[in-house]
Design a protein around this ligand. Sequence first.
Ligand code: ZN
Ligand code: ZN
Length: 307
Amino acid sequence: MSNKNWYKGNLHTHTTESDGDAEPQHVAEWYKEHGYDFLVLSDHNHLTVLDDSDGHPGKWPLLIPGEEITSRLFNNTVPVHVNGIGVKSLVEPAAEESARKTLQENIDRIRAAGGLASINHPNYKWTLTTEDIVETTGAWAVEVYNGHTGSNSNGGGGSPGVESMWDAALTAGKRIFGVATDDSHHYIQEFNAQLENPGRGWVVVQADEFSQVNLMESMSAGAFYSSSGIVIDDVKVASDEIVIEMAPYDSEKFTTVFFGEGGKQLSVEHGQSVRFVPPSTEKYVRATVYSSRESFRAWTQPLFRDA
Ligand SMILES: [Zn+2]
Ligand SMILES: [Zn+2]
């Protein structure tokens, strides 16, 4: 559908420069070996930069500088974490009197440092509420999926999942995207569901050229989809139509739900290729794809009618 290329990346990654169990070089090599085109090393309050001038080009994915700005409020019972993607300098974490004010200050500091601010795992220790996300400004994205075992992305027990928090922010008129990330920490032991292993959540970005500048521009504009396991061949999100073409693994089947204002379901489609004409009455329209395999999902970015 487009001659722009798609590039796979992970936006949230830890190494031994904070609480990960492998050196940055090892982590970068893991992602390269597993088909990732770019990677953001996002250690807690540390800008991890690898020097690839040692004559081994192609050994790592393209590395976009990043940092998980990590505020540990009230003896770390309230962890406010925001990823700064593409920050040009180290950002110090804020410590305001509330989670919401701390979140806002961290977002503002990331933007001042030239980065895209992604609100991380709002339901980790149930730190952020829907209102916190609706009432803050300037965030580029929220983690609709985070591979950390404590992220509680789906909500439950009377607490909303991040996807419905995202819908609330979109309904309030926020231009905010949904990202899926690994939040990986563990690369050394045998992988299992109790560990924070890599490869669980990623984004695929459509860009004119493969460069940090182009990837950042495309991410900033929402030219990407997010996935926790579904592979998509092509996506078109436009005011005349939304088209999604999945690439099934073996006998995998798909259900795609199109959502509008208030998170209401506009349409449910089955099949490997789906097309939907977004009604002009909706402030935004977005899609979630559900797989028959495990609980894999994928998310398109919203079509904004006011754009
Ligand atoms: Zn975190
Ligand atoms: Zn993290």
